[in-house]
Design a protein around this ligand. Structure first.
Ligand code: KG4
Ligand code: ZN
Length: 336
């Protein structure tokens, strides 16, 4: 049994989790505290890197204390400390990495550096350690949109990715254009419930074309439509845009799963919190006869529990990360 304390500070959430491994691969999340900076950044209409780093510095200590308190574990009960070391904002990453290395030294336990994208993949195993492999994951966040085939933990194949904007970025940009606020994903999700998703037929970019995505044109289509139809209702625009994005995501992720012989499929990343995507993905997987997992929303958006899950596996397989290891803002997902 190992108790891992993990830190996630790659973007605008300061998160710390304490996760215990029972008999591998079963994990128990003892705490998963997330302190969001969303309101701080909302005033600027997006994440301001320097503001994010300072907010992580302010919040990390109390969030660590809260995570330990909720888990009812003292520092002497922690067996290893992990942190996201990339990809993300360099200043934000360094706050988490430095703190994790300092704690590892002070507590005399191993340090484990974790790839944020691998963390998003491991969110699926947190809930369903028995998921059958190969597993296809649609990883849809504010910074990334990709389809990954997981043949085994640590063995990944990127089957498709966006050629321009990430899906979450498209949600955020459309919401900003419509003056709805930041971050756009959850706002468009809520507003869509009041709109007609069939009101406007936005293009489904590259729908029949392989496993890559393009969202930038879909965002431009909304802008062009509003220019021509200034009286269009925001709720109809939101619902119709969301439907177009969800259509493309669901079609391609399920296509990837069926054409590559995957045994199961899952979602990950912040956009996986989207109600319509969750509903349509589950229905499409069922229709295709594929075992499907839609993780709890708390494990889709950035959180340290998923980082702890990946760290448990990395520590068991690769051993500790050297304390010389730094942060890498443009780290990629790769297999060794
Ligand atoms: O994974 P995440 O928390 O951070 C990154 O690693 O990027 O994803 C954040 C993204 C933002 O673009 C946000 O608008 C989007 O996820 N998002 C959503 C929803 N909740 C968050 N997009 C659509 N519907 C949602 N309910
Ligand atoms: Zn993320």
């Amino acid at each position: 049994m190992t108790i891992m304390l993990a830190i996630e500070t790659s973007c605008d959430e300061t998160s710390v989790a304490v996760v215990r491994s029972e008999s591998a691969p079963h994990l128990e999340v003892l705490s998963n505290v997330v302190s969001s900076q969303v309101e701080t950044h909302a005033a600027f209409g997006g994440v301001v890197p320097e503001v994010a780093s300072r907010a992580h510095l302010d919040m990390l200590e109390p969030v660590i204390a809260e995570a330990l308190a909720q888990a009812e574990v003292g520092p002497d009960g922690i067996d290893a400390v992990a942190a996201t070391y990339g990809p993300g904002l360099i200043g934000a990453l360094l706050v988490g990495v430095s703190a994790a290395k300092a704690l590892a030294l002070a507590w005399d336990v191993p340090y484990v550096g974790v790839n944020h994208m691998e963390g998003h993949l491991f969110a699926a195993f947190l809930e369903r350690p028995d998921l059958e492999l190969p597993l296809v994951v649609g990883l849809v966040s504010g910074g990334h949109t990709m389809i990954v085939r997981v043949d085994a933990p640590g063995s990944y194949q990127i089957l498709g990715s966006t050629v321009d904007d990430a899906a979450g970025e498209a949600f955020d940009k459309v919401a900003r254009y419509l003056g709805l606020g930041y971050p756009g994903g959850p706002i468009i999700d809520r507003l869509s419930a009041e709109g007609d998703r069939r009101a406007i037929r936005f293009p489904r970019a590259m729908l029949d074309d392989g496993l890559d995505f393009s969202f930038s044109g879909m965002k431009t289509a909304v802008i062009n439509y509003v220019r021509r139809n200034p009286d269009a209702a925001n709720a109809d625009l939101a619902a119709s845009f969301q439907e177009a994005v969800v259509d493309v995501l669901v079609t391609k992720i399920v296509r990837a799963a069926t054409t590559t012989g995957a045994r199961s499929a899952a979602l990950g990343g912040g956009v996986a919190a989207n109600s319509r995507l969750r509903e349509r993905f589950a229905a499409a997987c069922e229709e295709a006869g594929i075992e499907c997992l839609v993780p709890d929303r708390a494990f889709c958006t950035d959180n340290a529990a998923m980082i702890a899950a990946a760290a448990h596996w990395r520590l068991a397989n690769d051993g500790p990360t050297s304390l010389d290891g730094g942060a890498n803002p443009s780290l990629r997902l790769s297999s060794r």
